[in-house]
Design a protein around this ligand. Sequence first.
Ligand SMILES: [Zn+2]
Length: 95
Amino acid sequence: MAEIIPGLTTCSICDRAIEDGDIIVATTAFIENDQDRFAPYHDSAMHQECFQKWSMRERFVRRFNLEMRKMVRADGTYQEMRSDGSIEIKTRPNP
Ligand SMILES: [Zn+2]
């Protein structure tokens, strides 16, 4: 998960600082190619308000969830993002 330092870390959508107490969406690293159009938004933090209004939100959530399904942890859990940017920990059903 992206490291967040209130007052210093900036929102990857609006570029303003994330302040203590802001409701945020934080993403884990999941993109290898830095030319990827979603590269600025992975391993980052965004104000939830910005995220909700973001034109790329739905595509980002789909992409995030697609990549996370490939990153299942040893205990069978993986992250799934809801459309509001919150993260749910899911468990892969046993094969
Ligand atoms: Zn913002």
